[in-house]
Design a binder for this molecule. Structure first.
Ligand code: FES
Length: 126
């Protein structure tokens, strides 16, 4: 006398699996190509992304500063932030938030290290 109740449809299950597979990491460089405190600009799926090495941890953030489109990848990292080389605006490496006005935020991306390689998921973090 077991009673079965429908809990989801096959269509829903397939949709979820498809979304998980969309996280596509792309190798962008080797770890040793980026000095401590510095960055490198890479292009993935048409997006210019700054990959930065801060205390041996790698971060990926939009390369385009919200002020006047300065190159974030040419900035320097300190205290969990990167400073735009043009006029000094600072952004938190984890969140992309501007340190003067948190309503201003750059896209950030997931980074994965595999062996000596740095991989970036070009889909912006939420
Ligand atoms: S362009 Fe980045 S601070 Fe001005």
């Amino acid at each position: 006398m077991a009673k079965f109740t429908k809990v989801c449809s096959k269509t829903l299950k397939l949709t979820i699996v498809k979304d998980v597979k969309m996280a596509k990491f792309t190798k962008v460089c080797s770890k040793n190509e980026i000095e401590e405190g510095k960055g490198k600009v890479v292009e993935v799926e048409g997006k210019k992304i700054a990959v930065l090495n801060h205390n041996g941890k790698f971060f990926a953030i939009s390369n385009t500063c919200a002020h006047m489109q300065g190159p974030i990848g040419e900035g320097e990292c300190n205290d969990g932030k990167v400073t735009c080389p043009w006029h000094g605006w600072e952004y938190e490496l984890e969140s992309g938030k501007n340190t003067f006005d948190e309503n201003i935020k750059l896209d950030t991306y997931e980074v994965k290290i595999e062996g000596g390689d740095v991989l970036v998921n070009p889909k912006p973090k939420k």
